[in-house]
Design a protein around this ligand. Structure first.
Ligand SMILES: [Zn+2]
Ligand SMILES: [Zn+2]
Length: 142
């Protein structure tokens, strides 16, 4: 389904659906638990014997984000991470500052609160992203 939406997006922008673009797409939708960055996608493809340049990966990620299929998340580093947008509901991330582990949590309660806050400022809330930084269970033991 998502793959078809990506194909449609590309063709409506006169872009070709290439094998490489498909590979990058699959890396994001392959495991929804992880939030790969461009380097990780690059590394994974390399391990599979695929030669894809970082520039191509960035360009394709850009298309995926623009098509609305993938969302870009900022974990406080100098680059973005990516995850499927449409297959998941709104959620926040708990990011470990020590090992980089990322856990997801549901937005529901916070969503209601943020809408209330927005309302108080006569602000119509559209979307938001929440990243919480701290230390995971394992790292707290160290
Ligand atoms: Zn940790
Ligand atoms: Zn996530």
């Amino acid at each position: 389904m998502e793959l078809k939406a990506f194909k449609d997006y590309l063709s409506s922008h006169k872009l070709k659906f290439t094998r490489t673009r498909r590979l990058i797409f699959e890396e994001i939708f392959f495991d929804e638990k992880v939030h790969p960055d461009a380097y990780e996608i690059h590394r994974r493809l390399k391990n599979k014997g695929e030669k894809v340049s970082l520039a191509t990966i960035y360009r394709t990620l850009n298309f995926l984000v623009k098509s609305g299929l993938v969302s870009e998340v900022d974990f406080g580093e100098d680059h973005s991470h990516y995850e499927p947008e449409i297959t998941k509901g709104a959620h926040g991330h708990l990011v470990c500052l020590s090992c980089g582990e990322v856990k997801e949590f549901s937005h529901e309660k916070i969503q209601a609160l943020l809408k209330k806050i927005g309302k108080e400022s006569h602000f119509k809330t559209d979307k938001f992203s929440i990243q919480v930084f701290g230390y995971c269970t394992n790292c707290q033991k160290k």
